[in-house]
Design a protein around this ligand. Structure first.
Ligand SMILES: NC(=O)c1ccc[n+]([C@@H]2O[C@H](COP(=O)([O-])OP(=O)(O)OC[C@H]3O[C@@H](n4cnc5c(N)ncnc54)[C@H](OP(=O)(O)O)[C@@H]3O)[C@@H](O)[C@H]2O)c1
Length: 285
């Protein structure tokens, strides 16, 4: 018989501060985050603690020079939204802060059109210091309204991925990427290659379930951050939508690290071993 060993989780505080044994106040967090952000985009600079532990792996890709991160915030029973599609907010302040830190580190944040319609998200960085990423919607049929907040003209690049031959009525300042689709599905590797050609090389796939699952199934994620909140929704939208498997022992078993974010648990899953290479292009800024 194997005796379980109960290990304490990594400590964090209300500001979403992460890292082995890290627990700092708001002022120190703001200051050290600014120093981390500065170092993060300069490959020769060492990353300062406490942020290096959790965010260090997002600095460079293990397979090519893209880094692709999926994120999902879910309940204890694996739901990312109620049956009606309401998801604000499954995660508490620390989880939200973590999401904004992720956004500030990437070149682009991508959501599926289901999320863009259900939540009308801004996808900007508001809870921490940092630059706003480019905003990308995966909308093969071009059905998102031109007035969606993702398309707000605020000086940030906005892009839409549509299927070749689809029509859309987005404003002229939205960059439209028209890609081949098979049965309405666009290959996630083709999406990454097209983003890389536009200089967007560190990408956050922020949801929803169908979109994150498509990148996961396509072996297109380097890492997956799943934040589990101690709530039970009971029914509703599942966190992942993948083809059925016959037996439990066929399930994907992921290599994870865990961090505590207030009363929530972040699973940082390392998927780099199965990541397939995508396209090549200019360096990330
Ligand atoms: N808790 C969280 O972390 C979180 C995060 C984000 C969203 N959400 C919630 O999740 C729900 C939306 O999730 P969802 O899974 O229904 O939708 P979604 O993933 O946001 O969008 C799905 C749609 O995106 C398009 N799409 C995705 N992958 C594609 C591909 N490979 N090729 C072509 N098109 C592709 C398809 O559009 P077409 O249908 O036009 O073909 C698809 O139906 C909302 O309720 C939202 O509130 C929760």
């Amino acid at each position: 018989m194997v005796e379980p060993v109960y290990m304490p989780l990594v400590k964090s505080d209300a500001h979403g501060v992460l890292g082995r044994n890290a627990c700092v106040g708001a002022a120190a967090a703001t200051e050290s985050w600014a120093a981390f952000l500065d170092a993060f985009r300069h490959p020769s600079r060492a990353l300062p603690p406490p942020w290096d532990d959790i965010f260090g792996p997002l600095r460079r890709g293990a397979v090519d020079d893209l880094v692709v991160i999926g994120q999902i915030g879910q309940s204890l029973d694996g739901r990312i939204a109620t049956a009606s599609g309401h998801s604000r907010y499954i995660n508490g302040p620390a989880g939200l802060t973590h999401l904004h830190r992720l956004r500030s580190l990437v070149d682009a944040v991508l959501v599926g059109v289901g999320t863009a319609i259900a939540d009308d998200p801004q996808l900007t960085v508001r809870h921490v210091a940092g630059p706003h990423p480019a905003r990308v919607v995966l909308d093969p049929k071009g059905r998102l309204a031109a007035c969606a907040r993702i398309f707000t003209c605020d000086g940030v690049r906005r892009l839409a991925v549509i299927a070749e031959g689809a029509r859309c009525a987005f404003n002229a300042d939205v960059e439209v990427m028209s890609l081949p689709a098979v049965d309405g599905r666009i290959a996630p590797r083709a999406i990454l290659a097209a983003l890389a050609e536009r200089g967007l090389r560190r990408i956050l796939i922020e949801g929803g379930a169908k979109t994150v699952s498509c990148f996961l199934a396509g072996n297109c994620l380097d890492r997956l951050h799943v934040i589990v909140a101690p709530i039970v929704i009971g029914s509703g939208r599942p966190g992942f939508v993948l083809p059925p498997i016959e037996r439990a022992d066929q399930a994907m078993r992921l290599s994870t690290r865990t961090f505590q974010l207030d009363d929530e648990i972040l699973f940082d899953c390392d998927l780099s071993a199965q990541r397939k290479p995508a396209g090549a292009a200019k360096k990330s800024m």
